[in-house]
Design a protein around this ligand. Structure first.
Ligand code: HEC
Length: 117
């Protein structure tokens, strides 16, 4: 009886370890941020009311296409603008600041190589 109990404990412990490893493996699968899946919805919901084409409310450029947004990241400081704590500099213009997880998604997009899809 004692032996059986020990075997049972070993089996249970072994199973617990295996499923833990599976979970860790899944979270390590690469999940790259793309314009189509992740970034476009954020821009559409928060920016194109002004950054349309032609732009409105004094905005200097559209953010309607992949190339528009990529160019704004590379040459117009888009990430600094959405990350700022200065309401006079922050985008969306006049605030409020985007939720942090949306800002992080755009930062991650740049880190992943500004993929279109
Ligand atoms: C209510 C209108 C409005 C909204 C909404 C808005 N913007 Fe703007 N944006 C402006 C205006 C006006 C300017 C020009 C004034 C300035 O630079 O602060 C501007 C400037 C910018 C610039 C700098 C461009 C340059 O060449 O210097 C960036 C980058 C930018 N916006 C990105 C965004 C992003 C990203 C969003 C959405 C998260 C957004 N904006 C939402 C009105 C808006």
């Amino acid at each position: 009886m004692k032996k059986i109990t020990i075997y049972l404990v070993l089996i249970l412990f072994g199973c617990t370890n295996v499923s833990e490893n599976d979970l860790i493996d899944q979270t390590e699968l690469p999940n790259l941020v793309t314009y189509i899946n992740d970034v476009k919805p954020i821009i559409d919901n928060n920016c194109i009311v002004c950054h349309t084409n032609p732009p409105e409310n004094g905005a200097p450029m559209p953010l309607l296409t992949y190339n528009n947004v990529k160019e704004a990241i590379q040459n117009r400081g888009l990430i600094d603008r959405i990350s700022s704590n200065d309401l006079g500099f922050l985008m969306p213009f006049g605030g409020p600041r985007l939720p942090q997880h949306l800002i992080d998604t755009i930062i991650e997009w740049q880190a992943d190589g500004l993929l279109e899809e």
